[in-house]
Design a binder for this molecule. Sequence first.
Ligand code: CMC
Length: 377
Amino acid sequence: MADVTIHRGLKEIYLDRTKSSYIDGKNGKLYYRGFNINELANNSTFEEVSYLLIHGELPSKSELAEITKWMADAREIPSGIITLIDSIKHLHPMDVLRTIISALAAFDNNLADESMDANIERGLSITAKAPSIVAAHVRLRNGDKYIPPNPNLSHAANFMYMLYGREPDLMDAKLIDKDLILHAEHGLNASSFTARVVASTQSDMYSALTAGIAALKGPAHGGAAEGVMKQAQEIGDESNTAEYVNNLLSSGGRIMGFGHRVYKTADPRALILKVDAKNLSERKGNPKWFTILQSLAVCMEPYEKKGICENVDFWTGAIYNLLEIPDDIFVSIFALARIPGWTAQVAEQLNNNILIRPLLDYVGELDKPYVAIEERK
Ligand code: CMC
């Protein structure tokens, strides 16, 4: 109605300035706090990247040892939380994670402290506990016992230990560690935006992170990895891929794990994970999923010139599947990796806060006569 430009989906709109991460969507590059993602994926650990995102600099040796121990000590979840997980174990793992992160506020003895230090500590504590929540849920719904965390294992290895009940192979654990690093932060994606909106109202950290998880759940965002594996299963064999892709695209469907709002060339995270998926399928002697996904990528090559390329979710499903991780926790793994990124962005928002409150252009009618209920048809 007003003479305004509408930016549907807020496409290409800058909300603020950030030092958390930089996506060069034209050249397919990603940086966390100035560090190239390839360097971090090859050399760092999830604990170190969590520190980097939250504090803005790489930790010293002693700072890394301190945060690693702090996070290991913070993994345990209260027995009240385990009981709550048990009572909602029939839900999708993302519904469980969303509910439980909100419920963790009930166990925070320092809830009234809204200082930056307290909020950052909350973000880190939730980062530490999230894998315990996801693993506890999987075990309880399978009729297995909750396995307490092992403080001697890394964040990634402990997650696998709590999930399977046995210590993981070191290479498998390193792969999950790398996967967590690659998912930890990514500009103003829908879930980080959501977390910032909640923080901007001066709500609290639990609310902001719970809202982030809610936004991440959808298939257009974090839910895509599960969708990729579903499509790979529907294809069943590489000989069916071309027909599957033609049928899906001609009926207006989308190939999961392709396309991105910011990258108009290959997502650098997908390039890293493709090599890992290939190596893992060789190491596990199970090339099926890699072969099907590879054939899917070949069928999608003509769309590259439209900027529709593989995104981070395309190869993760195959990796998780080869590591015997259930399909419906793929998005939960994305969530537990993204918590340091959300925390860093919530802190950034709060450091220079302004209420996020855009406008909608009203295009409905005005001054309609109010008709009494008895007189309405
Ligand atoms: N398969 C087929 N066509 C596609 C796809 C796809 N995966 N993605 C985009 N397109 C087409 C779309 O049909 C449209 O074509 P046209 O202009 O002819 O109508 C064009 O590309 C632009 O699509 P859009 O929806 O306007 O672009 P967007 O920037 O709003 O969408 C997206 C980004 C991620 C929602 C979309 O690419 C998509 O739905 N992808 C599949 C789901 C997926 O993999 N999501 C994970 C995103 S990466 C992880 C994360 O950060 O959350």
